[in-house]
Design a protein around this ligand. Structure first.
Ligand SMILES: *[C@@H]1O[C@H](CO)[C@@H](O)[C@H](O)[C@H]1NC(C)=O
Ligand SMILES: *[C@@H]1O[C@H](CO)[C@@H](O)[C@H](O)[C@H]1NC(C)=O
Length: 450
């Protein structure tokens, strides 16, 4: 960017600050992992504790446990809570997949679709006057006529055309400049080549770049929404694709998605993913500068691969004129609540929790640095507490552990993550010095003097 365009950019930011934000809200819910056989003696793959210890999983008669996927009562309680918390200006709902428990994997398409239908029905009753935008996860049935029939209540005709062939689509909002792009990350994950053939994944790349270019020409801002996003799982410290569970982007797809996000960071207002069953964020850098953020919403299921969390639901507050995310409220349900109630409560509001002035790549980058340097140990504790949605089994995190978290947040590229983990010193060296504050001052001086 040359100086004059930079000045224009600053001027536009200042101008935006003086215009009225049109406050709206949207829910982001993900990884429900509904297990219809949660309480059945016949099928107990979803609930490990059922194995030879049925008493434990049925404690309080509530059928929920950190080792079990979501029971029907848990899903109903989440829906009832969202209905009750309904803000007047709720605009839409992002629903990023893994609707079904992985324990249903080997069941028939028929029963899977019936389970998806039941969850869909609950959501359409809960959000009777809003649109729900579903993204597919690796535990969901692939796109089909029957999925289309279920979701056509929410998706316009153009969206259904790409959904039926590839499971991805875009939503253009008539009343605002915000466009939503819902990707099918399954097409870019390992194993997709076997089931779908690589051509569908290729078609999605071409389509994505086309839609982003068009959005840029039309001066729209874009939300990227998918089940799995770029970056690594911090618990798999090797960051290798073999360590990753199902649904993970392949190294090639991960690198290409990062490339696309960098190339279009000027039109991407935010990225929203699920999949990791963790409350965390990812930053994407270009030439050492943070240019885009991804916020990961924790799962509704309390069960995780290797680690557990409490169920979470997230309500975003945004400027619906331009998609700028202003805040979010994270809600949670304490599964081990002593009274055994399905009681949802506020966990935190993000700007207040982390002391952020705004949600931007720069502010989240500063947060990542603060977590890393640990001058303020309370920020690290907050991060680790939120990560598992207050299901804290282990708050100990030594310097090496903090460093892995930092690398996971700031190194979405698989190679860079591995280098970062192996070599803490390189993590500092690879970052270009920040010149943005000086540039900003300079730009303001020019503005004032002209
Ligand atoms: C779906 O809901 C119907 C009606 O409540 C119920 O009979 C059926 O068992 C449910 N099936 C699944 C798979 O959830
Ligand atoms: C968090 O934000 C919500 C919605 O804006 C608000 O109603 C609530 O009072 C806030 N809670 C806290 C603890 O600040």
């Amino acid at each position: 960017m040359n100086l004059s365009s930079f000045v224009l950019y600053i001027a536009s930011l200042l101008w935006l600050d003086f215009t009225d934000a049109k406050i709206g809200y949207f829910w982001h819910i993900t990884d429900l992992h509904y297990d219809p056989f949660h309480n059945s003696q016949e099928f107990h793959r979803g609930c490990k504790h059922n194995r030879g210890n049925s008493e434990h999983s049925h404690r309080n008669g509530r059928h929920r446990d950190h080792t079990c996927d979501s029971s029907w009562p848990l899903i109903q309680s989440a829906a009832a809570f969202m209905a009750e918390r309904h803000p007047d200006t709720l605009e839409f709902v992002l629903w990023t997949g893994d609707i079904l428990s992985s324990s249903m994997e080997h069941l028939t398409e028929e029963i899977k679709l019936e389970a998806v239908r039941n969850v869909t029905d609950v959501l359409s009753r809960t959000f009777s006057s809003q649109f729900v935008f579903p993204a597919l996860g690796h535990n969901d049935p692939p796109p089909s006529r029957r999925l289309v029939d279920m979701w056509m209540q929410w998706l316009p005709t153009e969206a259904l055309q790409t959904f039926i062939t590839g499971g991805y689509y875009t939503i253009e909002q008539s009343h605002s400049k915000l466009r939503i792009i819902v990707l099918n990350s399954v097409l870019w994950a390992g194993g997709a080549a076997k089931t779908e053939g690589p051509h569908k994944g290729r078609a999605q790349w071409e389509w994505l770049e086309h839609v982003l270019s068009k959005a840029r020409r039309k001066s729209e801002m874009v939300y990227i929404v998918a089940h799995a996003g770029p970056g690594v799982e911090e618990r798999h410290t090797a960051g290798s694709s073999t360590a990753a569970g199902g649904g993970e982007l392949t190294p090639t797809a991960n690198a290409r998605l990062l490339h696309v996000i960098r190339a279009f960071s000027d039109v991407i207002a935010g990225q929203f993913y699920g999949h990791r069953h963790a409350d965390t964020f990812r930053l994407i850098y270009s030439e050492g500068r943070p240019v885009s953020w991804a916020l990961l919403t924790p799962s509704v299921t309390p069960r995780g691969a290797g680690s557990m969390s409490n169920p979470g639901l997230r309500l975003y507050k945004f400027d619906s004129n331009n998609g700028k995310v202003l805040d979010y409220t994270q809600y949670y349900l304490d599964v081990s609540h002593p009274q055994g109630e399905l009681h949802w409560a506020v966990e935190y509001n993000v700007t207040q929790y982390y002391g952020l002035r705004e949600i931007s790549p720069a502010s989240l980058d500063t947060l990542a640095e603060k977590i890393r340097h640990g001058h303020d140990r309370s920020l690290l504790t907050k991060y680790l507490t939120a990560l598992r949605v207050r299901h804290v089994t282990d708050t100990e995190c030594d310097t090496a552990c903090v460093h892995v978290h930092y690398c996971a947040i700031t190194r979405a590229d698989f190679h860079e993550f591995r280098t970062c983990v192996r070599n803490p010193a390189s993590a500092l060296a690879s970052r270009a010095p920040h010149k943005s504050a000086a540039m900003l001052l300079y730009a303001i001086l020019i503005l004032i003097s002209s």
